[in-house]
Write a protein of this length. Structure first.
Length: 424
């Protein structure tokens, strides 16, 4: 995608707020994608009837949650879908329903959200962190080296929609009899060689939290083609007695497991399902907008000598509602200063290594007990940045934001003199 250099130059030359200039970007980047009117109307109908409980409806055919499960399974290309209250719950259910138990080792990328290793710990298993590259992909050699006789599963996280080499990962997992599970919280709509991420492994988990491609505030979905896992996950999620009959999946295995499996009550309400259903048909439309804005922003940022943008695998079809990049040649204090000025300009940004307490940085996961030394991951996280690209942005917004980022970095570099700005 070609850049209009004159347009970009116009925004790079704008005076910053702290230098007496005016804020030029005035959109609220914290806004989540709007819920379609169709979803709001249906949610109100459900509220007026007080049909909030998924098992309160007379049959599966009129349960909003069950209809969502049908719609989602059809879109994603999976046999079974189970709607739950969060992606974290879906990941937990994927582990426990796959037979992961106390003391088992589960491999997981070191670059992910804290909820992912937390789910492993919550089933009593042991997370083993894998090195990641600057492209947010796992290091295949470290993956192979971390496999042991205690390794039962690999929970691959497609962090921020970046997909690792799934062909190689599937091959390694099969060879070593490792269960492949997918955290697709950030990758709904992302394809690997035409196949939806989340459907490549045995079980996939998705998020409908507000800052995802589908916004219902909270909510998650588990998908699988494995009937036994689907049955177990359904019971674990809270389908006690005969409530399983109001689910998408009907199976003789329910009578086998119903009284042997404890429940966790992780269900989704009909109101949440109503908000989600009409958004499924918007995924492809949004993806086109995301890709267009991402490519433009990537090309703009790449004009800066201080920035590199992660390479994407050509086998991947993106759906990027965020962009990641690395800032080189700046200290931690300067990156903190960068975040401060960005906020003044109306653009919040995460510099992972400079954002104290960021739960996406594995060295902050003290609940692990022993923090592993992962030099490759630590090195790239020190300069890694994360930035939202909401669907309401247009090309003019992208030029303006890209120009502001480059302008701020130039400003900090040019002020690199003791006493000239407050971080020294």
């Amino acid at each position: 995608m070609k850049i209009a250099k004159n347009k970009l130059r116009k925004y790079i030359s704008k005076t910053l707020v702290r230098e007496g200039g005016k804020k030029i970007f005035n959109k609220n980047m914290g806004l989540a994608d709007p819920v379609p009117e169709e979803g709001i109307k249906r949610a109100v109908e459900i509220l007026r009837k007080s049909d909030l409980y998924r098992y309160g409806t007379p049959s599966a055919e009129v349960s909003e949650v069950t209809q969502l499960e049908n719609d989602f399974a059809q879109y994603i290309g999976a046999k079974y879908a189970l709607a739950v209250n969060s992606c974290s719950s879906a990941i937990f259910l994927s582990l426990i329903s796959s037979g992961i138990k106390q003391g088992d080792k589960v491999l997981v990328p070191a670059v992910t959200f804290t909820a992912v290793p937390s789910a492993i710990i919550n089933v009593g298993a042991i997370p083993v962190l894998i090195e990641c590259t600057e492209s947010y992909q796992i290091d295949i050699n470290d993956f192979k080296n971390k496999i042991s006789k205690e390794t039962k599963a690999f929970l691959i996280s497609h962090m921020r929609g970046h997909v690792s080499d799934m062909d190689e990962i599937v091959k390694i997992c099969k060879k070593n009899n490792i269960i492949l599970l997918e955290d697709a919280a950030h990758s709904l709509g992302v394809l690997w060689k035409g196949k939806q991420t989340g459907t490549i492994g045995k079980v996939g988990s998705y998020s409908f939290q507000s800052h995802k491609i589908i916004n219902s505030g909270e909510g998650g979905m588990l998908v699988t083609d494995d009937e036994e896992i689907a049955v177990k996950a359904t019971i674990y999620s809270g389908a006690f007695e005969n409530w399983w009959k109001k689910h998408q999946i009907q199976s003789d295995l329910f009578s086998k497991y119903l009284m042997d499996i404890p429940i966790y009550n992780l269900r989704m309400s009909n109101v949440t399902a109503a908000l989600i259903r009409p958004q499924i048909k918007l995924i492809e439309k949004k993806t086109k907008i995301y890709i267009k804005n991402y490519l433009l922003m990537s090309n703009i940022l790449s004009t800066s000598i201080y920035i590199t943008v992660p390479k994407r695998d050509p086998r991947e079809r993106m759906s990027p509602d965020t962009i990641q990049f690395n800032i080189h040649g700046f200290s931690k204090k300067e990156l903190i200063f960068f975040m401060e000025i960005m906020k003044e300009e109306g653009l919040s940004i995460y510099a992972f290594g400079a954002d104290e307490g960021n739960v996406r940085v594995y060295t902050n996961w003290r609940y692990l007990g022993s923090i592993p030394n992962l030099p490759m991951t630590q090195n790239f996280l020190k300069t890694a940045c994360d930035f939202r690209l909401p669907v309401f942005l247009n090309s003019e917004d992208i030029y303006m934001m890209g120009g502001i980022i480059i302008n701020i970095l130039n400003y900090i570099f040019n002020k690199r003199v003791v006493g000239r700005y407050p971080i020294y």
